[in-house]
Design a protein. Sequence first.
Length: 137
Amino acid sequence: MSKSILRINEDIHRELSVLLRNIKDPRVNQGMISITSVNTTNDLSQAKVFLSVYDLKSKPEFMKGLKSASGHLRYELGRALSLRHTPQLLFELDKSIESGAKIASILNELDIPPDEDAKGADEDTEGTDGDSEDANE
């Protein structure tokens, strides 16, 4: 991927982060929205925007709201970025943050006692280092 496409991806990411916060559509304002990445095609015809939404109530309604707002978002993006062609915006939900939070929650719920063998091995190792110094003296 060229440096110019990477820069454009970053610019789109930055501008859309601001623009998404200002959308008044209740279908879109369902939770905390984060843009996880933007992938723009080399010809700038399309930009795939990956979103993570914390506390999403209804995925179908959210996606309909985004589709409805995409024209406005594209227009505002074009005004802010001065590109020759403003790419068509395609939105996809990214479940990686949600999955990570779920895994962390499951791990926190596990009742695993501390591993006594590992704790004892650390103490034995410390004692061994001291003994070997005494033997060399």
